[in-house]
Design a binder for this molecule. Structure first.
Ligand code: MG
Length: 306
């Protein structure tokens, strides 16, 4: 199962499907096809408000999508005739992020700065504001004059499905609704200048997200996914999620220690090596570039710089 948000009549609409190029209008389908646990989602206007219920009743979600695809008509829209936006276009709170979570990325950062640091002993968290989120195909803002060192970071993003606080690591997967791709666009000069990372990583239109959320039941092991990123077709990053320093279970357990996670919350799990600032010489993003972030089994998130 996959979940998206698409535009219909100029409005964002929650959608779902099986990745075959057709998307079901999920709120309309819930209203017309079912009497079960998802009936109350009829008329829901955002995917974020549906996630908790979809997470609690995955069998019912599967049924609705199947029924809607069979029913056809105005409940089903071919992907070629719609525009996908970010699956959660306006998160209710900031996007949680983990920095320095792949050893080779920590090492390249040290090399670029001519210093040696120890790998983190605890996950290093920061956030990106909701105003940073954009969808597939939408333009990343160049912010010339604000930053001269705009950079990319491909990351696996976790979408929370069930609320929880103090979640033990061995129960963490029970709280995950699904996974998507996130590009943690960063102004490196701002990141350095302000010490704390929020300013350099919080710029408007600096958080491409999508194109779809793949349901946790459809992806296999999230700690063995190849992830990569290209700029204008040139591969810059290529790694596997098994190389995370802190795995997904640990991230959720530590983050939720004293902080309630809620359905629709987004957690970016860090980036591997190959970022532009660590290249010799450094290579930063410019207007006209196209950045494509890819994760095997999830898809491809492509955005121009404008
Ligand atoms: Mg990052």
């Amino acid at each position: 199962m996959r979940f998206v948000t698409f535009e219909k009549g100029g409005l964002p609409v929650p959608g779902a499907g099986f990745g075959d190029g057709r998307w079901v209008d999920l709120a309309a389908a819930c209203g017309r096809l079912v009497a079960g646990p998802l009936k109350h989602l009829a008329g829901a206007t955002t995917l974020a408000e549906m996630i908790g219920s979809l997470h609690a009743a995955p069998g019912a979600a599967l049924d609705i999508i199947g029924q809607a695809l069979q029913h056809g008509g105005d409940l089903v829209v071919p992907e070629t005739s719609l525009r996908l936006v970010a699956p959660i276009p306006r998160p209710a709170k900031n996007v949680f992020c983990v920095g320095r979570n792949y050893l080779d990325h920590v090492a390249e950062g040290d090399r670029a700065r001519g210093q040696a640091t120890a790998p983190p002993e605890h996950p290093q968290f920061f956030t990106k504001p909701p105003t940073a989120v954009i969808g597939p195909g939408e333009a990343i803002a160049r912010h010339a004059g604000t930053t001269e060192k705009l950079d990319y970071e491909v990351e696996l993003a976790v979408i929370i499905g069930k609320a929880g606080c103090n979640i033990p690591a061995d129960r963490a997967y029970e709280h995950i609704f699904g996974y998507t791709i996130l590009n943690d666009i960063t102004g490196r000069d701002l990141q350095r200048r302000h010490g704390q990372w929020f300013k350099g990583k919080g710029l408007d239109r600096s958080c491409p997200l999508g194109p779809s959320i793949i349901h946790s039941g459809s992806i296999g092991d999230p700690q063995s996914l190849n992830l990569s990123l290209s700029v204008n077709g040139e591969i810059r990053q290529s790694a596997n999620t098994r190389d995370m320093i802190f795995d997904i279970r640990t991230i959720i357990s530590v983050l939720s220690d004293g902080i309630t996670l809620e359905p629709g919350d987004i957690i970016a799990t860090g980036t591997p090596s190959g970022v532009g600032f660590a290249m010799d010489p450094p290579r930063f993003l410019q207007v006209g570039d196209r950045v494509e972030a890819m994760i095997a089994g999830i898809g491809r998130l492509s955005n121009p710089i404008a």
